[in-house]
Design a protein around this ligand. Structure first.
Ligand SMILES: [Zn+2]
Length: 361
């Protein structure tokens, strides 16, 4: 497993560097065949690395189990020079090792062992490998949804929490653009004839900030503002970017209604708030965790659960109502950071857990 992880990490795969990512995709494509995949489909992409869909056990009668893997990382090409691969005190260090190349290693090892032992479960196994997760999955979302729609279970190979817990909930999020229109005028000779869009926006920002409900996991943050044209002109336009996060769809809809219902405070001003992107929350489903934990327990593996304010591709499948287990990848720390590393012991443990889930779910 460490040899394969080394091969994967050596092929750097920063999302925006298609040529580099495709070199990794080529390698993974050959490995999927080596690991017994019955078919591997390649979906060419123009701006990011190509996507892959591998299938095992297509003749099995059950609904497929779907693995979600992303091959891209948040580390620019050349990061290997400053954070070279090294093994120290039971940890494997390297860019993208934890998020989530080790997750691919774990899934493939579980499948290989079942395949070689002629023990594949009564379900087809599908693995979708995408390359744009770190920038929001806008190019792969439709394919993820399409593949998940027919599945009995989605297994997301993102890293576990720092303490080794799988992820049973993730916040959803939406981004909004707020545009305020006023009226320009000369700041010296006719300030009274202007409608100051920046002042209107400032008042809106305070109201928007009041939508925060951190105790219940809802955050609403004005994250960027711009406005005005020149130092002596009452500004006619100002704009803001708003980042929102919430635990439930209900809370997201509440925030959405408030933001799209904003009305101007100053006579003559106009206010428009529109949603520009959305990822639904992965709401906690106790039944799924209990089922996975029971399977783990019967093999001597104790599972813990945790959540995250950040999203994954599991948000899409969970919101479709497809049973989704997330954070099944390696344990470790420092995703996206210089000290990114994998706890080596968690690799065989993870593979054993995946194999057990595939057989007993
Ligand atoms: Zn990831």
């Amino acid at each position: 497993m460490l040899d394969m992880l080394t091969e994967l990490v050596t092929r750097e795969s920063f999302t925006s560097e298609k040529q580099h990512v495709d070199r990794l995709v080529d390698y993974v494509e050959s490995q999927l065949h080596t690991h017994g995949a019955g078919s591997v489909e390649r979906y060419p992409q123009a701006d990011v690395g190509d996507f892959l869909l591998a299938r095992w056990n297509e003749d099995a009668a059950g609904k497929p189990f779907l693995f979600l893997v992303h091959l891209d990382t948040a580390h620019p090409i050349g990061s290997l020079a400053t954070m070279p691969i090294r093994i120290e005190e039971g940890r494997f260090y390297g860019p993208g090792a934890l998020d989530m190349k080790a997750g691919l290693v774990i899934a493939l090892e579980a499948i290989r062992a079942l395949h070689d032992g002629d023990q594949l479960p009564g379900h087809p196994l599908h693995m979708l490998l995408t390359t744009d997760e770190e920038i929001g999955s806008s190019g792969s979302e439709a394919l993820i949804r399409e593949r998940a729609a027919e599945c009995a279970l989605t297994l997301v190979m993102e890293p576990a929490s720092k303490e080794g817990a799988i992820k049973t909930w993730r916040k959803g999020g939406a981004k909004y653009s707020l545009t305020v229109d006023g009226r320009a005028s000369h700041a010296g000779t006719a300030p009274q004839e202007g409608i100051n869009a920046i002042i209107e926006l400032a008042r809106q920002a305070l109201e928007i900030n009041g939508l925060n409900d951190l105790k219940y996991g809802t955050s609403v943050s004005v994250t960027r503002v711009e406005g005005g044209t020149a130092g002596n002109v009452i500004p006619a336009r100002a704009q803001a970017h708003i980042d929102t996060r919430a635990l439930t769809m209900e809370a997201m809809e509440h925030v959405h209604a408030a933001l799209t219902g904003l009305y101007p405070k100053m006579p003559g001003a106009e206010v428009r708030c529109v949603r520009i992107a959305q990822r639904p929350p992965m709401e906690r489903r106790p039944d799924l965790f209990e089922k996975a934990a029971a399977i783990g327990e019967s093999h001597g593996i104790t599972l813990y659960e945790a959540g995250s304010g950040g999203g994954s591709d599991g948000n899409f499948t969970a919101a479709m109502g497809i049973p989704t287990l997330d954070g099944l990848g390696a344990h470790g720390d420092g995703a996206h950071a210089l000290h990114e590393h994998v706890i080596i012991d968690s690799l065989p443990r993870g593979a054993a857990l995946i194999a057990a889930i595939l057989l007993e779910w």
